[in-house]
Design a protein around this ligand. Structure first.
Ligand SMILES: NC(=O)c1ccc[n+]([C@@H]2O[C@H](COP(=O)([O-])OP(=O)(O)OC[C@H]3O[C@@H](n4cnc5c(N)ncnc54)[C@H](O)[C@@H]3O)[C@@H](O)[C@H]2O)c1
Length: 355
């Protein structure tokens, strides 16, 4: 196994930025060299939280710095000074394309960023084309699938013991732009990244349209995959409860139904299956630290050239297309076939049509 070391600079010192910075800091393959946020208070709080007194400010001359990690409030300055292999940004969903361009301009090898890919399909398509043109690797944090319980269900689904897979049902309580890209990504994961051919969807509720993850309050839909599997999704307020999980963000479930049985994973409460071998169950819970550490390890392996990252940008884009296709289906009141073309911004359209 390669022991080559890479460097990363992280933008965003909020919840996710701090988690990424912490995990990169613990990684033996990717060295954290810069951390940036426009909010200096958050930056200082993040530094204090790590308990690393050697963190230094970006305005201190580099010759006097005592630690390779520097704090910045200007992302351009951070990328210019640190020249990282990886640019990781963990900002709200409206801030994506300009940061993508910044990473490309600074010739980083890989951009790692947070879900959702964007708030609209047009921007996502532009971003994936920018990455293709620049020949840059991109990954998006759909890291839940690294969980032991997700992996146990994957092994069962791939073993053939469920018979022919007929449907994969995914539902979560969290609202659309927070959760839908996780849901679509894990549907594709369990369906071995089969191509989706069409989607039919319905949406309801204006209450989250002004959120920084602008969403319908509820969305439900059907996705048809070329291998005959039917995806069924529900996201938001009136999606089914999952009483096994107490924490609202863990009230989500993915169930794979085959001709000989089923296997399901609950975001916060393990997995269970009934196959030709009988009933089985096991533990597991979404965990930012352990799932995130595996996601980061795979970034190093992709940079080595050993394997393609399971959260790579091309697969993410396909999941995002399914998510935006579902919204378009509801907006245009018809089945939407893939590939999706550029069209009206989905958030603006939802504001126009949801009563
Ligand atoms: N993968 C996951 O499991 C997961 C979980 C939660 C959130 N997220 C995603 O992570 C992203 C960030 O969420 P969060 O909870 O960390 O939000 P947050 O509000 O805690 O942090 C966002 C940070 O970005 C900073 N910021 C905003 N605009 C900026 C700009 N122009 N330049 C520099 N910094 C800027 C803010 O000051 C803030 O510190 C969202 O897209 C969210 O959907 C992912």
């Amino acid at each position: 196994m390669s022991s080559k070391k890479y460097t990363v600079s992280v933008l965003g010192a909020g919840k996710r930025g701090k988690m990424h910075a912490k995990l990169f800091n613990q990684s033996d393959r990717i060295q954290l060299t810069g951390l940036c946020d426009i909010d200096a208070g958050r930056l200082d709080a993040a530094a204090a939280e790590y308990g690393n007194p050697a963190f230094s400010k970006g305005d201190i001359p580099s010759s006097q710095r005592v630690c390779p990690l520097t704090l910045y409030t200007d992302v351009n300055k951070m990328l210019t000074e640190t020249r990282p292999d990886v640019f990781c940004f963990c900002t709200p969903p409206a801030i994506r394309k300009s940061l993508f361009q910044l990473g490309i301009d600074h010739k980083v090898k890989l951009i790692a960023y947070e879900k959702p890919m964007s708030t609209n399909f047009n921007e996502a398509k532009e971003m994936i084309e920018m990455a293709r043109t620049a020949g840059i690797k991109t990954v998006v944090s759909h890291q839940q699938k690294y969980g032991d319980h997700y992996q146990a269900v994957k092994r069962i689904a791939d073993s053939g013991k469920l018979g022919r897979i007929q449907s994969i049902y995914g539902h979560t309580w969290g609202w659309y732009l927070h959760m839908v890209t996780h849901v679509m990504d894990y549907l594709r994961f369990y369906n071995n990244n089969a191509e989706a051919l069409w989607v039919a969807g319905q949406i309801d509720g204006r209450g989250k349209l002004e959120d920084n993850h602008p969403s319908p309050e509820y969305a439900g839909g059907f996705i048809h995959f070329e291998n005959g599997v039917r995806g069924i999704v529900e996201i938001g307020a009136i999606s089914p409860d999952v009483p096994e999980s107490e924490y609202p963000w863990h009230k989500g479930r993915f169930c794979i139904q085959g001709t000989k049985g089923f296997a399901e994973v609950i975001i916060g409460a393990g997995w269970r299956a009934c196959t030709e071998d009988g009933y089985q169950e096991g533990p597991g819970c979404f965990n930012y630290e352990t799932d995130g550490a595996r996601y980061i390890q795979d970034i190093a392996l992709w940079l080595d050239g050993t394997q393609i990252h399971p959260c790579n940008g091309e697969d993410t884009f396909k999941g995002f297309q399914m998510a935006m296709g579902l919204l378009r289906s509801a907006i245009e009141r018809k089945i939407i076939r893939f590939p999706l073309e550029q069209g009206e911004n989905e958030v603006e359209a939802m504001k126009r049509i949801i009563p």
